[in-house]
Design a protein around this ligand. Structure first.
Ligand code: ASP
Length: 336
């Protein structure tokens, strides 16, 4: 079926098999020359536009898809999608309502990356719900890539973001309960591993990605994870694809996980194969104690193929493609 669609698209465009690569190339002149009919044929073939995200976040992927359907670009889509979860106080791992560090401070990490390979990031941001939008402002309005802590907060306020208390009653209660024993132990697949990472491909075939989190619950004050680190929590290369990570950030940083997945796709691996190999790099380390932590990757390539893989069971991705917004359980390594 896929092959039939491919041949149909090739004949419609009249440029044969090269069409897949040229129309989805980041070479603006090529995509400008493509007629609307050619673009549509390629989009139908690859199932574009599409959105994928870590975990079960159908409202967020629906928002991102609505942006794309209205003709918006992938960058707007991932920003708007992530904002849904940042504003959702019930989600205790992202934005407002995120679980605090051990001192009771909610500190956010986020980043964003566009089709040009430009990126922005904020780390240890306090009192501002929409960390992903601050990251975008860093990318677009400063000569820098990353702002931290008080500087990031002051920058956000200067851009019109309203400071607010991010510690909700529910998260305060959970923190107070945790304080009774005050044990820090990363726990697999519960709310303290619930970063939202999102990737989108728009109707021009361009890719962007974003990642936002309150990080590990009850972390040490000042701790920053993988999520705002370009190449670790997120990487996008518009010629190849993109990847986002969730789970124990330290392990993702040590293997530069998202960059690794994109580079493996560049070498010819499918998104699924690339995610599996990147998880392999973590679990196959001689001193790996992977049984005690979770890491999960979600990836997409330029042709709209997707993949996800994790160390342990119960990781999932949400995918909105070809009119269907669905949660997909990830395959995983630790089946013992
Ligand atoms: N990756 C995040 C971090 O280490 C945690 C998560 O995915 O929930 O901060």
């Amino acid at each position: 079926m896929k092959r039939r669609k491919f041949i149909k698209a090739a004949s419609l465009t009249g440029v044969g098999f090269a069409v897949g690569n040229s129309l989805t190339s980041c070479d603006e002149s090529v995509s400008e020359k493509a007629t609307e009919q050619q673009k549509k044929a390629v989009n139908d073939l690859f199932g574009l536009p599409l959105v994928v995200a870590t975990w079960h976040v159908k409202n967020a992927t629906a928002k991102a898809m609505a942006v794309l359907q209205a003709g918006g670009n992938a960058l707007d889509a991932v920003e708007q999608g992530c904002r849904i979860e940042e504003a959702n106080e019930k989600g205790q791992s992202v934005g407002k309502g995120g679980l605090p560090d051990r001192d009771g401070n909610v500190t956010l990490d986020a980043c964003i990356m566009d089709k040009h390979g430009d990126c922005g990031s904020v780390v240890y941001l306090q009192n501002i719900t929409h960390a992903v939008s601050v990251a975008r402002k860093v990318m677009e309005d400063t000569p820098h890539v990353m702002l931290a802590g008080e500087g990031a907060k002051q920058f956000a306020i200067s851009k019109g973001f309203q400071p607010e208390d991010l510690l909700t009653d529910a998260s305060k209660k959970a923190w107070e309960k945790w304080k009774v024993e005050a044990k820090y132990k990363p726990i697999i697949n519960i709310e303290n591993h619930d970063t939202i990472g999102m990737l989108a491909i728009d109707k021009n075939g361009d890719i962007s990605g974003a990642c936002t989190t309150s990080g590990l619950a009850y972390k040490l004050g000042g701790r920053v994870g993988d999520s705002p680190i370009i190449g670790s929590g997120l990487f996008v290369d518009n010629e190849v694809g993109g990847c986002v990570a969730t789970g124990l950030g330290e392990e993702v940083v040590k293997t530069v996980g998202s960059f690794l997945v994109v580079e493996l796709m560049r070498q010819g691996k499918t998104p699924q194969q690339a995610c599996e190999e990147a998880i392999g790099r973590i679990v196959n380390k001689p001193n790996s104690n992977y049984k005690n932590f979770q890491v999960g990757y979600v990836a997409v390539n330029k042709r709209g193929e997707t993949g996800c893989y994790s160390i342990h069971q119960w990781f999932s991705m949400t995918k909105f493609q070809d009119g269907s917004n669905e949660q997909i359980q990830s395959d995983y390594y630790n089946k013992a």
